[in-house]
Design a binder for this molecule. Structure first.
Ligand code: AMP
Length: 182
């Protein structure tokens, strides 16, 4: 259950997410988190709330896709006292990597992780800023599972619920601080 101070914090977070119409292309309403990042106090509240929701899941580590996933995933991992694994676009990580390719509206994209970053059986929580169609986070889930990780949850600052992204990750607990209905 949400208490009054939590719902007030959520209202402050919501107020610092700007809606940018037709970015990066016509018809997309971009959720711009830069005003939130610019507020030390309200950003800290968003990390606190994400960490609270994450804590009960008992993750061994957090993994997040670049680049906005890093902004939320790493501070939450620090708060929980667990490790963080960056998931990157192809060609950015040195050494041996594991990749997963996924479909975009036009074409494909790829996510990568350092080989050996997850030990078999480790419980992984995925974090990102926005859950939209779910393609990115589903690819991240596959990446973790390829290394034997067990993805127990996926947490987001915002969920664009009308896109039904959570249907692509049916086996894990999905939570978001803000749900955008339309
Ligand atoms: P998706 O794979 O469709 O769930 O898209 C997720 C990724 O794209 C996330 O990493 C988001 O940061 C970004 N994204 C998708 N839609 C939006 C949006 N409307 N506003 C801001 N970021 C978005």
């Amino acid at each position: 259950m949400m208490n009054e101070s939590q719902s007030e914090a959520l209202a402050r977070i919501d107020a610092l997410i700007a809606n940018v119409p037709d970015f990066p292309k016509p018809g997309i309403q971009f959720k711009d988190i830069t005003p939130l990042l610019a507020s030390s106090e309200v950003f800290a509240e968003s990390i606190e709330l994400l960490a609270e929701k994450s804590q009960t899941l008992g993750a061994d580590l957090i993994a997040a896709p670049e680049s906005r996933g890093f902004l939320f995933g790493l501070p939450v991992a620090q708060k929980l006292g667990i490790g963080f694994i960056p998931i990157r676009k192809p060609g950015k990580l040195p050494g041996e990597t594991i990749s997963v390719e996924y479909d975009l509206e036009y074409g494909t994209d790829t996510v990568e992780m350092r080989a050996g970053a997850i030990q078999p059986g480790q419980k992984v929580l995925l974090i990102d800023d926005v859950l939209a169609t779910g393609g990115t986070i589903a690819a991240c889930e596959k990446l973790a599972e390829k290394q034997g990780g067990v993805v127990i949850g996926a947490g987001f600052l915002m969920e664009l619920s009308f896109l039904n992204g959570r249907n692509l990750i049916p086996d894990c607990e999905v939570f978001s601080l803000l749900e955008i209905q339309d």
